[in-house]
Write a protein that binds this ligand. Structure first.
Ligand code: ADP
Ligand code: MG
Length: 431
């Protein structure tokens, strides 16, 4: 296997990588670094946690001409947390280099402060689309010198509705630029985006190796909707996680659960779109430093985040697609550490559970916490039968979630099929 030097990374950076314990390139890095160095457009698809960040950061650093003071590389990311994370990673890599500057530009940050920094020489800008467009419109940033453009987590940008902004931004860059697209999945919209903006791109795909999934102990806790909170509290008591992320389906549910955790004396904070930037940053910082034990998060807020040492992931609400499940549980067990992922499953979640099991090709271990998660079978049966009744009712707007999308796809049940549209638009709004 080649090392970073052999891939064309200079020795100063290689040294830094080594000091961080990064010796062997991951498969996606091994494949993309030479192509990017060769100036090719690249479409890279690999799961979360496979080292995509360095796959583009390292060759970009090689290609920056620090004698010029222009912005040469632009990295677009869907969330501010990710923008911060990437710019931090770049800063780590250039610690022993001279003269390369990187700036993160994202919403919620002090604009004046950003403006001042934009006046200095910045070679690499890491940005979220919204704030960057602000700067473009105010003419406070000039992207006409951008030779390298990265769209990171492209699928997530699509889901968050950022593609029109991305369009506008790309228009500002050099038409001769090199374009790189990184994504965990490749929906057709992303493919057409690539077609539009890329020149004979090289398609690099690292087969869904599900590394993350295999190395993580995954346990399903059968419970009921009514007992969920109690069940979670019991799990926290019993397993005493060192650092845990608890995923909720909506901001409101995250907020509620956070309140319950605080009321039960847990050191915990929330991470979702309703909070101010300052609050989100503070929560992340305290979590990274292990000053709080738990982060109650929604999918979007926690997307792509890489926190070392997360020992437990709790799916308080089961995710509604396989990809999110893999992303969520991939927050733990990173870099070879042990990880446990608990998924709380109420009767109405059983279809999703089946879909996930099918998707990852694994039947998950199931547990019931005696006397707590399902105190008597009645509670469970009650929810289950009301669930069945609902499923039979024609067009159930309220429930269904994206249930129809997955496990019940094969069923020719009209009511479920129709509910798909109602709920997928709903789930967009709750993001
Ligand atoms: P992705 O963007 O694919 O989700 P990241 O770039 O966030 O993945 O990387 C995930 C983790 O893997 C990070 O903690 C990173 O430091 C680590 N990592 C990256 N490259 C390597 C490597 N070559 N060897 C070991 N760990 C690595
Ligand atoms: Mg990433």
């Amino acid at each position: 296997m080649p090392d970073f030097l052999q891939l064309g990374i200079r020795k100063e950076i290689n040294h830094t990588l080594k000091s961080l314990g990064l010796v062997t390139p991951t498969p996606i890095q091994e494949k993309t670094i030479p192509s990017i160095l060769a100036g090719k457009d690249v479409i890279a698809q690999a799961q979360t946690g496979t080292g995509k960040t360095l796959a583009f950061v390292l060759p970009i650093l090689e290609k920056i001409d620090s004698s010029k003071s222009d912005i040469q590389a632009l990295i677009l990311t869907p969330t501010r947390e990710l923008a911060q994370q990437i710019s931090k990673e770049i800063k780590k890599m250039i610690e022993n280099l001279e003269d390369i500057n990187v700036l993160a530009v994202y919403g919620g940050q002090d604009v004046e402060h950003q403006l001042k920094k934009l006046k200095g020489a910045q070679h690499i800008v890491v940005a979220t689309p919204g704030r960057l467009l602000d700067h473009i419109r105010r003419k406070t940033i000039d992207l006409s010198t951008v030779e390298m453009l990265v769209l990171d987590e492209a699928d997530q940008m699509l889901h968050m509705g950022f593609l029109p902004e991305v369009d506008d931004i790309i228009y500002e860059t050099l038409s001769t630029r090199q374009t790189m697209l990184f994504s965990a999945t490749m929906p057709s919209e992303i493919r057409s985006l690539a077609k539009k903006y890329m020149l004979e791109p090289e398609n690099i795909q690292v087969k869904a190796k599900r590394i993350t999934v295999d190395e993580i102990r995954q346990i399903v806790i059968e419970t009921t909707d009514r007992r969920k909170q109690e069940t979670l509290l019991h799990l926290l008591q019993e397993h005493r996680p060192f650092l845990g992320i608890i995923f909720c389906r909506t901001k409101i549910r995250a907020k509620k659960l956070q309140e319950a955790l605080i009321a039960n004396d847990y050191d915990s904070d929330e991470l979702h779109g309703d909070l101010t930037q300052a609050k989100r940053e503070k929560a992340m910082k305290r979590f990274r430093e292990a000053k709080i034990q738990f982060l109650v998060a929604t999918d979007v807020a926690a997307r792509g985040l890489d926190v070392e040492g997360v020992t437990h992931v709790f799916n308080y609400d089961i995710p509604h697609d396989v990809e999110s499940y893999v992303h969520r549980i991939g927050r733990t067990g990173r870099a070879g550490g042990d990880g446990v992922a608990f998924t709380l499953v109420a009767p109405k979640d059983l279809d999703f559970l089946r879909m996930i099991e099918k998707g990852i090709g694994q039947t998950l271990e199931k547990q019931v916490i005696k006397g707590i998660s399902i105190p008597d079978r009645d509670d469970y049966e009650q929810e289950r039968s009301s669930q069945i009744k609902k499923a039979r009712r024609p067009i159930s707007k309220e429930k269904a979630g994206r249930a129809s999308e997955a496990p019940s796809r094969n069923r020719t049940n009209d009511s479920r099929r129709k509910s798909k549209t109602t709920t997928s638009s709903r789930s967009k709004r709750t993001r």
